[in-house]
Design a protein around this ligand. Structure first.
Ligand SMILES: [Zn+2]
Length: 308
């Protein structure tokens, strides 16, 4: 992308490639410092030059790591990724010697986010970038001792490369917004992933059954509702946090229904829900939407819902 570039369709920002010229020096899941993680090291046209890079979407600084010129950013709203998913973006940039971000700083899409550099444990001037398609800020080491996000995706599944000159793309399947048309029906309400009362939504994801309520058809899922496992276990949570199983179908952890018997166990089974629901209420502080499933009111984090 170039400085000042914006891309908004149907009210949603497209997540753009932050680099004007992209030469990938280390790809995802390499044998070096990206073992088991989806991250790219990117330099510009000329080796050793500290080129600027730009905000792929309007983003807020969540954390800084000055020793390595590293910043955790998160999109203000849900964005559209190159793989078609619409969700929050949480991403890390690293090695900026002149890093001037601070927690809470907001950078608009297309404005300068930082500069390639060598700060921290860097070999040659570059920007390290790693993207989670979620609002989960968990940043923990994997089995190889490399830091990772939950819900990481490879970079060609994350950014659109409109106006990025790809010098060396490491064989990635890079696409532009022109390859991903957004159909906007005239006169209909925009499906913009901004939920309000009356929005039609589906559950977006595969969910683990954390706990089953005794003698009922209700289950708990700590990720969907934010209720702690111990509250579920001790049944302290208000009744609406229990989710009726009726509309959910058992799958394996990859989402396949094959070989599943719909007899689910707490802590072991995975389920999906393909029905459409109407949002009854919104709670902005917790970013949750109230749905009614089988006459049961439940609050669900909106990041796990997809407007349809
Ligand atoms: Zn790296």
């Amino acid at each position: 992308m170039y400085i000042g570039q914006k891309s908004v369709r149907g009210g949603i920002e497209d997540f753009l490639c932050p680099f004007t010229d992209m030469y990938i020096t280390q790809g995802s899941n390499s044998n070096f410092s990206h073992k088991g993680v989806m991250a790219n090291d990117v330099r510009g046209r000329v080796s050793g030059v500290r080129y600027p890079y730009y905000a792929p979407c309007t983003s807020r600084c969540i954390r800084t790591y000055p020793m390595s010129g590293q910043v955790m950013w998160q999109s203000i709203n849900k964005v559209r990724f190159a793989n078609g998913r619409v969700d929050y973006a949480t991403y890390m940039t690293a090695h900026d010697d002149s890093m001037n971000a601070y927690v809470g700083k907001v950078v608009n899409q297309g404005d300068e986010l930082g500069k390639m550099g060598t700060k921290g444990n860097a070999t040659g001037v570059h920007c390290h970038i790693q993207v989670s398609q979620s609002n989960d800020t968990t940043w923990t080491k994997n089995e190889y001792g490399i830091y990772r996000f939950n819900n990481e995706y490879d970079l060609d599944d994350c950014y659109f490369v409109d106006y990025t000159n790809i010098i060396y793309g490491m064989g990635g399947d890079w696409i532009t917004t022109g390859n991903a048309p957004v159909i906007e029906l005239p006169g209909s309400e925009a499906v913009d992933q901004i939920l309000h009362v009356g929005s039609k939504v589906k559950f977006d994801g595969i969910f683990k059954v954390d706990i089953i309520k005794r003698n009922t058809n209700l289950f708990g899922n700590t990720k969907l509702t934010g209720v702690s496992f111990s509250n579920y276990y001790n049944e302290k949570a208000s009744s609406y946090h229990w989710i009726p199983l009726d509309d959910f179908t058992e799958v394996d952890k990859y989402g396949s229904k094959i070989g599943q018997d719909d007899i689910v166990f707490g802590g072991a089974s995975y389920v999906i829900n393909e029905n459409t629901y109407e949002v009854k209420e919104i709670d902005i502080p917790t970013n949750s939407a109230k749905l009614v499933l089988n006459n049961h009111e439940i609050w669900i984090f909106s990041t796990f819902l997809k407007e349809v």
